[in-house]
Each structure stands twice: as C-alpha cells, then as structure tokens.
Ligand binder design. Structure first.
Ligand code: SF4
Length: 426
C-alpha cells in the first residue's frame, strides 16, 4: 500500500504529519510523492490564515480528482474548525486521535464509511504523544512537548483549533530526548505555546530542560523553537545564562511594536516590558540572537501605529522578523472589529516590514564578521561544510568537517545571507 503526506502548516503540523507517516510505515505502507498512484492521501491542514485554509481545501480537491479511489484524510487545525467545508475527505481528524489515523484508513478501505473525529476542545483534552524519527537532516531533531493555548489573543484561531494547553509528561519527554540524542546532535523543543510547558505537572520548561540536559549527556544543543516574553522568567533566564548547550537564539513573538495595537490584540505586555526584557537577556547573554513574529495591518492599525512598530523593531535591534499580514479568522474577536485594513495596504506594510527585516538580518550577521562562533556541521562536501551557529545563522566553513561535529570557527565575511568562516584553530 502506498500513501502520500502533504503538510500545509507550521512546524508542529509537520512534526505530527511525519509521526503519522512513521506509524503507517511501521505497518508496511510505502511513502511516495505521486498522488495518482496512492492508496491514501493525508493532508495536514492549516487554519492560521485564509490562504492556508483555502489551500487545504484545494489540495484535498486535487487529490480526490487525480485519484478518486484513494482514501483521503484531512487532518489538523482547519479540519477541526471547518469539517463541513471538506465533504470530499473520507476521514476528518481534528486536533486529537492523530495516532489512530492508520486504523481509520484501513477501516475506510474495508467499510467504505466516512470517519469524522472532531473533539470538544472547550474541555481539557490529554496530550497525544506522537513520536517522530524522520527529520530533514540527521543533525537536528524536533520534539513536541506541548500543545494547545489558553491565551486567546484576539486575532488567533489556534485556541479554537487546538484546544487548551496540555503537555507531554516530564518523564516521557526526558526519555524521548535521551532517545533522540543517540542519533541527533541538536533537539528543538516545539509546541504551540512551549513556554507554558508542564503547568499540569507542576514542572516548568526550565526544570524540564535542566533534566533533559543532565540525562542526555551527549546532546550538543537544546533549542527552544519560540517562547513568549512573559515566560522568560528568572528561572528560565538563570538556566539560559548558565548552560551553553542551550542555543543562543530566542524567538520571542512581538506581534506589534505599538501599545494600542497590542492592547487590541489582547497581548499580555506592552512595548516597554518587551524592551526591558530583551535588554535584560542581552545583559545576561551578550551573544544572544533575538528574533520575533510581527503582524501588520491589524484592524484599525493607523499609518502612525505602523510607523511606531517600524521604529520599535529598529530600537530593539532584533536579528530578524517573521512578518504576517493580518488574516481575518471567523470566530475570533478581531474578525468582528471595525476598521479592517484593505488588502493592498496590508501587502504594502508587509513588504516594508520584510524589507526592514532583511536589513536587520544583514546588519546582525555583519556584526559577527571578525568574531568566533560555534557551528554544528549539517552537511559537507570535498572542500567545505555547512551548518548553523548556536544563534541560528547559517555558516559555510571553507574546509571539510564531519556532519554532527561542533566546530569553533572564525567568521571572515558574508555572502548574501550566509556567513563565511574558517577554522578558529588556524
Ligand atoms: S499565544 Fe496568542 S498567538 Fe500564540 S497560539 Fe496562543 S492565542 Fe495564538
């Protein structure tokens, strides 16, 4: 039996897609890319923007049209929110029960009956442990330790699509980190709201990371995919400052650099608090790289508010930005707000912010020229090798080094968005 997996969403979605693919492979299924030759097509849908939702429907339609006999499964956030929009899917699995997808596929092949599994996400649900073994490169592994969100930012559909916060049990997470560290040099801790890890177990993210680092002795780097400003508390920062194996990159969502917009977004901080926090982090760990997410064109965002966000990211000297034009999601408070911004203005603002992000990134990388960094080698050829620094910028080393090796390098220049380096031992 052959199957295809299509992922339209974020890293957490990709993680879940790969985990389900691994479960099918364990049962003897073969993964292929040609949907017309598949017995099953799995589409991991995304609901974060209108475009992602539309693409989820289109992919499903395309799969059904090119191969009407294949079992089609729509999985994840958009499937959870709008099952009715996908009548072509033989299987709909929302935020829970993903580990049961192989059973469902075989059941549909047998009984030809649709299966729909949508959860009541207003009630607490359990963390669904999914394991993943296939990663893009053999150096870095992802470990999803948390799911769901209780914050309800006014623009965000995630709490409705993924439900309330829940975490992987600490012992299971540590065991999984130890297992992954035997074949990978870096682990990225991922979740929807990773910084809120472990509330139900009375264990903080910092405590979990400390125990992981102690148990997975050979692990060279532990990275946090993203963490909210309010979760960078004393305990986390103390560990971060004292443990060089924790990657020196923090992605701290900002969303807007203007207090009135942050308030409308229902974000629990203001720009002064954000600014103070990143300065504190930089005092503790001067070599840290700090990046952020930003939404432009939020309802009622005036030109002045947008300009103040531009000025604020400049003031913060962030190393890069992930920029999103605001996308109206039905069912969220922001969708009901007056003063929705026309698409062309959102596009213009996004383009200006992306341009600023490129400038910040280049300026940040240039600060490293002439300095030393530590690169974890991810690929190599006869004459050179490539990898990422602890700060997550890409480095090309002008000599061969073994994949997985941690090399001290001296940075000599930059070619577009890659830093060029030589071994620091010379
Ligand atoms: S913290 Fe806010 S933006 Fe992030 S998932 Fe939760 S509600 Fe969405």
């Amino acid at each position: 039996m052959k199957f295809q997996v299509i992922n339209l969403g974020c890293k957490v979605n990709a993680y879940e897609a790969e985990s389900v693919a691994a479960l099918l492979e364990e049962r003897g299924w073969t993964r292929i890319e040609d949907e017309s030759a598949c017995d099953a097509v799995l589409i991991f849908t995304c609901a974060v923007t209108n475009t992602a939702a539309q693409k989820s429907r289109q992919m499903l339609h395309r799969a059904k049209r090119s191969n009407p006999n294949a079992v089609t499964a729509a999985v994840g956030c958009y499937a959870e929110l709008d099952a009715e929009a996908m009548p072509e899917a033989d299987i709909i699995v929302g935020s829970q029960n993903k580990h049961r997808i192989p059973d469902y596929i075989e059941q549909v092949q047998r009984d030809h009956q649709r299966i729909i599994r949508i959860s009541d996400l207003s009630r607490p649900v359990e963390f669904e442990p999914l394991k993943m073994d296939h990663f893009e490169d053999q150096t870095r592994a992802y470990l999803k330790i948390q799911d769901g969100c209780n914050q309800f930012c006014s623009y965000c559909i995630i709490p409705y699509a993924r439900g309330r916060e829940r975490s992987m049990a600490p012992e299971a997470a540590i065991q999984e980190a130890v297992r992954l560290s035997q074949s990978h040099h870096e682990i990225v801790l991922a979740g929807i709201h990773t910084g809120r890890y472990g509330r139900e177990y009375g264990v903080s993210l910092a405590q979990l990371m400390k125990r992981m680092l102690a148990s997975a002795e050979q692990l060279q780097r532990l990275r946090v995919s993203s963490i909210e400003m309010s979760e960078l508390d004393e305990e986390f920062l103390e560990l971060f400052a004292s443990e060089p194996r924790i990657a020196r990159h923090l992605h701290i969502p900002l969303q807007s650099g203007c207090d009135s917009v942050l308030k409308r977004m229902n974000r629990p901080y203001d720009t002064q608090a954000y600014y103070d926090k990143i300065n504190l982090i930089r005092r503790l760990v001067p070599e840290v790289s700090i990046s952020a997410d930003l939404i432009v064109g939020f309802p009622q965002e005036t030109e002045e508010e947008f300009e103040s966000t531009l000025a604020f990211v400049e003031k913060c000297q962030l190393s890069f930005l992930h920029v999103f034009p605001y996308s109206m999601r039905k069912g969220t408070p922001a969708a009901e707000m007056s003063g929705q911004i026309p698409n062309d203005i959102k596009k213009q603002r996004a383009a200006r912010m992306i341009e600023r992000s490129h400038q910040l990134y280049d300026a940040y990388m240039d600060q490293w020229i002439g300095r030393n960094a530590e690169v974890l080698i991810e690929s190599e050829s006869e004459e050179e090798s490539q990898g990422h620094a602890s700060q997550y910028f890409p480095i090309r080393l002008n000599e061969r080094a073994a994949r997985g090796e941690l090399v001290d390098v001296h940075i000599t220049g930059r070619e577009q968005h890659v830093l060029i380096a030589e071994s620091a031992k010379k």
